[in-house]
Design a protein around this ligand. Sequence first.
Ligand SMILES: Nc1ncnc2c1ncn2[C@@H]1O[C@H](COP(=O)(O)OP(=O)(O)OP(=O)(O)O)[C@@H](O)[C@H]1O
Ligand SMILES: [Mg+2]
Length: 364
Amino acid sequence: MANVTLKSIRKTYENGFQAVKGIDLEVADKEFMILVGPSGCGKTTTLRMVAGLEEITEGEMSIGDRIVNDVAPKDRNIAMVFQNYALYPHMTVYDNMAFGLKLQKTPKTEIKERIEKAAKILGIEALLDRKPKQLSGGQRQRVALGRAIVRKPEVFLMDEPLSNLDAKLRVQMRAELIKLHKDLQTTFIYVTHDQTEAMTMGTRICVMNEGNIQQVAEPKTIYNHPANIFVAGFIGAPQMNFMDGKLVEKDGKVVAEIDGTEIDLASDAAKMVKTNGYIGKDIVLGVRPEDIKVEASGKGLKVRVEVTELLGSDLNVYFTYKGKQYIAKEDSNVDLEFNQEISVSFDSNKLHFFDKETEKSILY
Ligand SMILES: Nc1ncnc2c1ncn2[C@@H]1O[C@H](COP(=O)(O)OP(=O)(O)OP(=O)(O)O)[C@@H](O)[C@H]1O
Ligand SMILES: [Mg+2]
């Protein structure tokens, strides 16, 4: 069993900077957990503390049933794959993969067996005699993974392992890592700042910001029920639109007043807003670009098309309403011209409401 538990984990660097501010996280056995967040939010620091490469300032870290705060990296039964692969340049692929096992005094025949098996899984059997500089980026990436696999770790730690690859290879390696996780049946903790990687690969996502955890949930939940404005804005591209407004009750109906325009709430949301005491309060309304409907004519707000971006199957439509820019995501077969008047409306079942002060979701 290799669940990983972080209890009130804090990291203060020697210069006094607090990179991780007391986080709690439970990564289940065999889970594919993603740590995602903007640059500098503490992802690498957190992963390095799990690996034992960074001292834990405060809190308790366990792998399985064992508290590992004072356990050396080599005794933690983990393997880490770094962004720059960190292969030994003067060694062949085979020797790179064998290195850790030799240190552990694994018998030669077993080393050979394990390397052959890992090489087969990763499709690098033909590369075993080459040196790292004779490999492409994607091949080096596979060797780095292979070196981790042969050690049969209980936990795989990966820090942005795909960020040096071109876009096409990244998509391919993403699928391969998902498959690898299924095959190995091992706990993965994977760091990225790429929200697409987070959404597609993880069984759960842990969104971090400024040394704190913002939300931990399955990708679908993170997307459909973001816990706060930060998560709502960070996950999803193009970004969610945000508007300041107020919730009021009119003729028995709950509406959001945004710059003098009234937007009806779905009945579930209306009930929740009332129960939680938000009638008459300032809020932030959020709507995802794909939940804005654009029509040539209709009952919605009248605005003009400013910019359109065609992205294969999607069309991003930018428009301004009362001095604020919005973005809507439509089907690419929608035909729109620059400056054309359009009618836009929001899907009332898909609206998000946040407390203006705490920035937390009112609905979930
Ligand atoms: N040795 C150090 N001493 C002082 N501060 C550090 C040290 N290492 C990292 N930091 C700071 O701690 C914060 C978190 O760094 P960390 O590397 O964990 O971020 P990250 O989330 O991995 O970012 P990125 O996406 O850019 O890799 C940053 O503000 C960074 O500048
Ligand atoms: Mg990092």
